[in-house]
Design a protein. Structure first.
Length: 222
């Protein structure tokens, strides 16, 4: 009879000979990969939450340590566990597995965001449509579908969706910022500036709103 040690060695040699499959993440480093968090996982530095994960971001893994990953996206960086992220190229498949469950509204919305990242706007809109059908009270889906319409230069549809997001969530700074962009697309600069003003009032650290408002003033030659 083999000892436990002999059995382990034999199994290892057998797998080498037979090319046993292994999970890629067990063999490869996360460093350098582009990832997204699975479900609003907060980033931490020590015990401090530096980002609550409520905004979609594509992160790059800069280092890993004992199951923890250091993620960076622009000025946002911090630690999260490897179990809370998925590689960007696997994200569509990850969320697809939930579309026939009681988490379908969430899964369609998340999958749509990945399609947006890939610039597949029509597919993204179809997923947002389904998420909104299942959960008509989720302001984020109207905001994000509005961004998709904006990217397709369908500004009136974008404004309609973003206005609905604001109706559902009156303090939604990002929706004001995005509606300002749609109005700027229509060359309605004064209306755009009013939306950027509100975005800045609600979120004084919104770099995007300041930048876009500056462009609107530029187009007005002010």
């Amino acid at each position: 009879m083999m000892t436990l040690r002999q059995s382990t060695i034999f199994a290892g040699l057998f797998c080498i000979a037979a090319a046993c499959p292994v999970h890629a993440h067990a063999q490869q480093s996360w460093v350098g990969k582009n990832v997204v968090t699975k479900n609003e996982a907060p980033l931490r530095v020590g015990t401090t939450i530096v980002d609550d994960g409520s905004l979609f971001r594509v992160y790059t893994v800069e280092k890993e340590n004992g199951g923890w990953l250091w993620l960076v996206s622009g000025s946002v960086e911090g630690w999260v566990t490897a179990q809370e992220v998925v590689p960007l190229e696997e994200a569509v498949d990850y969320y697809t597995q939930f579309v026939n469950t009681d988490q379908a509204a969430w899964a369609y919305g998340k999958r749509a965001t990945i399609w947006m990242e890939r610039k597949e706007y029509d597919i993204a809109i179809a997923d947002y449509n389904e998420s909104i059908r299942l959960d008509p009270g989720a302001a984020a889906n109207y905001n994000n579908r509005g961004r998709a319409w904006f990217n397709k230069k369908e500004y009136d549809r974008a404004i309609a969706d973003l206005s609905e997001a604001i109706r559902l969530e009156p303090k939604y700074a990002d929706a004001y910022d995005n509606r300002g962009n749609a109005r700027q697309g229509k060359k309605e600069y004064d209306k755009a500036i009013a939306d950027y003003n509100e975005a800045v009032r609600l979120d004084p650290k919104s770099e995007s709103a300041y930048y876009s408002r500056g462009l609107a003033w530029l187009y007005k030659e002010e």
